[in-house]
Design a protein around this ligand. Structure first.
Ligand SMILES: N[C@@H](CCC(=O)N[C@@H](CS)C(=O)NCC(=O)O)C(=O)O
Length: 161
């Protein structure tokens, strides 16, 4: 196995996960600023043109940090699971990962790509500069801008109870 690695928060998530699990894999550095990830050689591995990507021993390639981390968690069972040992623990982990991805990471990344990062990203992906500011209305409950109004009034977790 080898990890196609680069700067940026997403590969860092996988590197942190690997560090916690004590996993060491060969890394191939991808030059994002130079656009190497949008060239045919890299696109052949990950058509999404993004880093990280994990090349498995059979030559297939796994992308998306959550899928990579879950795969490594299952593959390296000699160290404690970071996802969970029971269906309930795993479900709770996945619930929070989805909430963080949809409500925090994706809006934050798009806010950057459509404003300060526009120069770098407009030739790489569809950008919507008009959406950079996001919703202007604040949630009366949380004070946050965005789609968090659809969250339950109190987010409960067994750990917090
Ligand atoms: N949804 C992807 C996001 C990957 C991503 O956005 N990676 C960034 C680096 S943090 C990237 O490759 N940016 C360069 C580009 O999109 O051209 C994942 O979960 O891995």
């Amino acid at each position: 196995m080898k990890l196609y690695n680069s700067g940026g928060p997403n590969p860092k998530v996988v590197r942190m996960f690997m560090a916690e699990k004590g996993i060491d894999l060969p890394k191939i550095e991808v030059d994002l600023r130079g656009g190497e990830n949008r060239q045919p050689a890299f696109l052949a591995r990950n058509p999404a043109g993004q880093s990280p990507a994990l090349e498995l021993d059979d030559g297939s390639v796994l992308a998306e940090i959550t899928a990579i981390c879950e795969y490594l968690d299952e593959k390296y069972r000699n160290t404690p699971s970071l996802i969970g040992d029971t269906p309930e623990q795993r479900a709770e982990t996945r619930m929070w990962v989805r909430r963080v991805d949809l409500n925090v990471c994706e809006p934050m990344a798009n806010g950057f790509r459509y404003s300060e990062g526009l120069k770098m990203f407009q030739s790489r992906m569809r950008c919507l500069p008009e959406a950079a500011a996001g919703p202007s209305r604040r949630s009366p409950r949380t004070g946050w801008r965005g789609s968090t109004d659809c969250w339950p009034a109190r987010i409960s977790s067994p750990a917090a109870a």
